[in-house]
Design a protein around this ligand. Structure first.
Ligand code: SAH
Ligand code: SF4
Length: 385
């Protein structure tokens, strides 16, 4: 007994961890205030200071009493992740590299387009799912982002334009969870952050303008259907299981039929009957971009409520895949359009700053050692010939 006391007495005094209010949605914040003996409405005031005015200093929150401000100063904080660098593309795209606690880097991209501006937000440092065409997958998984680090990307983007309530119009009109990471593998934090995106006392973005993209974590998608009404995009990339198993390995666990069923249930659970799923299809030269693939896709998606978004593969140094020619993309597109689908082709934005899909954090570390394994396999094949 005495030894235990002696040991703990010798430990350095640790600062109690402060709760970061940046990532706290309305309901959780109301509970937080109730727990400290305050009225619920304080939560709305706090949210407005943080997300409408961009204020992080409790002393500047003038409608809170002095006692409450003092208390918040000692036990809470409003802390955004740190911007390491910012790059502006000649086409108006802006990309930030952001350092999160523990030293990992993620990227966030703002893509202006007429009177809209879409923010592409990351949900994890790296990704464990190892899709064969994705540079994030090549880094392996480091950790989940907290809700504060996810919503913090929206906060930083607005801050960087000095546009918190400046009357300059909305800097971020749409959000897509299409940056680094698989959002459904960081479910709770992503749901909390998306709540704040749509919350009127925070960013007030409509549910149709917040899109979650998933490679197909089916059980989590089934859960999401019960709590969320954001728009859904699924990363299909192949019209059959054999090919999708190669490109999107999670398909071996949750094959195409299960993913489509789960996505259909998600749409059916929405009150708004006109909604559709966006099917993302990255076109890789000679791999999944042939006429036979387009015809198979037409059959697969027959009667499935969707629009299709074709994404010509964006190259990066560790990949041997090639981007298809403009003609190959057009031919693929035409087959789908002739079959009656609504099909868009994603134009590459921010090419000069490596801000395109799947290129985020340019200098990737291949923690999966996949490129090495591929090279070894190719070498063995050659040796055996
Ligand atoms: N993990 C989620 C969201 C992040 S990836 C998902 O996979 O859906 C966002 C989109 O970019 C996905 O459709 C993904 O397949 C695509 N993508 C990844 N790497 C790409 C690349 N090199 N070129 C084109 N699209 C890519
Ligand atoms: Fe992860 Fe999405 Fe990249 Fe696949 S495409 S490795 S799920 S980030």
């Amino acid at each position: 007994m005495s030894r235990v006391i002696a040991t703990s007495a010798a430990l350095p005094q640790q600062e109690p961890a402060r709760v970061n209010l940046l990532g706290m949605p309305l309901a959780a914040m109301e509970q937080y205030f109730l727990d400290i003996g305050e009225k619920k409405f304080r939560a709305r005031q706090l949210l407005k200071w943080i997300h409408h005015h961009g204020v992080t200093d409790f002393d500047a929150m003038t409608n809170l009493g002095k006692g409450l401000r003092e208390r918040l100063r000692t036990e809470a904080e409003v802390r955004a992740p740190e911007i390491v660098s910012q790059h502006d593309s000649s086409d108006g795209t802006r990309k930030w590299a952001i350092r999160v606690d523990g030293g990992g880097l993620v990227e966030t991209v703002l893509i202006p387009d007429g009177n809209r501006a879409t923010l592409c937000v990351s949900s994890q440092v790296g990704c464990s799912l190892d899709c064969s065409f994705c540079s994030t997958g090549k880094q392996g998984f480091q950790r989940d982002l907290s809700a504060a680090e996810i919503i913090g990307q929206v906060w930083l983007a607005i801050k960087s334009y000095d546009a918190f309530q400046s009357g300059k119009g909305r800097v971020v009109t749409n959000v897509v969870m299409m940056g680094m990471g698989e959002p459904l593998l960081n479910y709770d934090n992503v749901v909390a952050a998306m709540d704040l995106m749509m919350e009127d006392n925070a960013y007030g973005i409509s549910k149709r303008r917040v899109t979650l993209s998933t490679s197909g974590v089916v059980p989590a998608l089934d859960e999401l259907a019960k709590v969320s009404e954001v728009s859904l995009a699924i990363s299909l990339h192949a019209p059959n299981d054999a090919l999708r198993n190669e490109l999107v390995p999670i398909n071996r666990k949750y094959p195409i039929a299960r993913l489509l069923e789960s996505a259909r249930n998600y749409i059916d659970a929405q009150k708004d009957s006109k909604r559709v799923v966006t099917v993302e299809y990255t076109l890789i030269a000679g791999v999944n971009d042939q006429r036979e693939h387009a015809l198979e896709l037409v059959e697969l998606l027959r009667d499935f409520p969707c629009k299709i978004n074709l994404i010509p593969f964006n190259t990066f140094s560790q990949s041997d895949y090639q981007r298809p020619s403009g003609n190959a993309v057009s031919r693929f597109w035409q087959v789908l359009v002739d079959a009656g689908y609504i099909v868009t082709v994603r134009t590459t934005r921010g090419d000069d700053i490596d801000a395109a899909c799947g290129q985020l954090v340019g200098q990737v570390v291949d923690r999966t050692r996949r490129s090495e394994r591929y090279r070894e396999a190719a070498q063995n094949k050659e040796n055996n010939l």
